[in-house]
Design a binder for this molecule. Structure first.
Ligand code: AMP
Length: 270
């Protein structure tokens, strides 16, 4: 494994998995998919300061590079790219990209600047790694939609491969931030998946009003002691809020469990 990105034979398909490290099975599922579909698998680990707000958890974000490198070696990754903050944002840095509108709704409403930071770092990583395919998890659904738009609008050839959400046995979506939860909060955190499941049952029984679907989700989250940041039914292509669920809508939620903000989402139809 190397710490920089090498020049590669362009006849080979390069796949890329960008991460912020502290790897879990969700990240590793992307690595597996990348290895199955590409000749070369590159993984980056970079905790991107530009996507953290001033009051967010940048300094405390969980890190374990040694363990990450062991896992990536076990999973047969060809290259691990570990840029430093100085590599990505040298002193005097002043260039940013933003997917307008979509970056200030949903998670962007409570995390101003977050998606500008994500879009900028991913664009820079793509220039450095030059992959044909980039593997992303559907857990960060808004992020994936925004990045697909970025690639389309800026005429980049990289294609995003959306991968399913990997969950713990009780349904909680795997996330590096789950490590912030204490034992009691870890149990409370089940409410995100339970809310999605209950909304799905309701939808599959014939309820398609967003108000009713959101209401059932809100009740489950509140009963468990979670504090919803938002619960929204959106168009899966445009992220616009929708009044009625159908095959192209998705229920997205962000919930505070204690001070930890967790996200999850599901297509109710599948
Ligand atoms: P992060 O390290 O949180 O920036 O995540 C890096 C990539 O892993 C993103 O594409 C995430 O969507 C993906 N990812 C994170 N958690 C999961 C999960 N539970 N299942 C699938 N993909 C995930």
């Amino acid at each position: 494994m190397q710490k920089s990105v090498a020049r590669r034979d362009r006849s080979q398909v390069t796949g890329f998995v960008p991460t912020m490290g502290f790897l879990h099975q969700g990240h590793l599922s992307l690595v597996e998919r990348c290895r199955e579909n590409c000749d070369i698998c590159v993984v980056s680990i970079f905790v991107n300061p530009a996507q953290f707000g001033p009051k967010e958890d940048l300094a405390n974000y969980p890190r374990d590079l040694e363990q990450d490198l062991k896992l990536l070696s076990k999973y047969g990754v060809d290259q691990v790219f570990l840029p430093t903050q100085e590599d990505m944002y040298p002193s005097g840095y002043r260039t940013w990209v933003e997917v307008e509108g979509w970056s200030s709704i949903l998670c962007g409403a409570s995390r101003p600047g977050h998606f500008r930071g994500v879009a900028t770092v991913v664009l820079k990583l793509l220039h450095l790694v030059q992959p044909q395919k980039m593997f992303m998890g559907s857990k960060d659904f808004q992020q994936t939609v925004i990045l697909e738009k970025l690639l389309q609008d800026l005429n980049l050839e990289t294609r995003i491969i959306r991968c399913p959400i990997v969950r713990e046995a009780d349904g909680l979506a795997m996330s590096s931030r789950n490590s912030y939860l204490n034992a009691e909060q870890r149990i409370q955190a089940r409410c995100l998946f339970q809310a999605l499941q209950q909304a799905k049952i309701l939808y599959q029984q014939g309820t398609n009003s967003s108000q009713a679907l959101i209401q059932v989700a809100r009740e489950i989250i509140s009963a468990a002691g979670g504090r919803p940041d938002y619960i929204k039914l959106v168009d899966a292509t445009t992220l616009e809020e929708r009044d009625e669920a159908d095959d192209n809508t998705r229920l997205l939620l962000a919930v505070f469990i204690g001070t930890t903000r967790l996200i999850d989402n599901d297509a109710l139809s599948a």
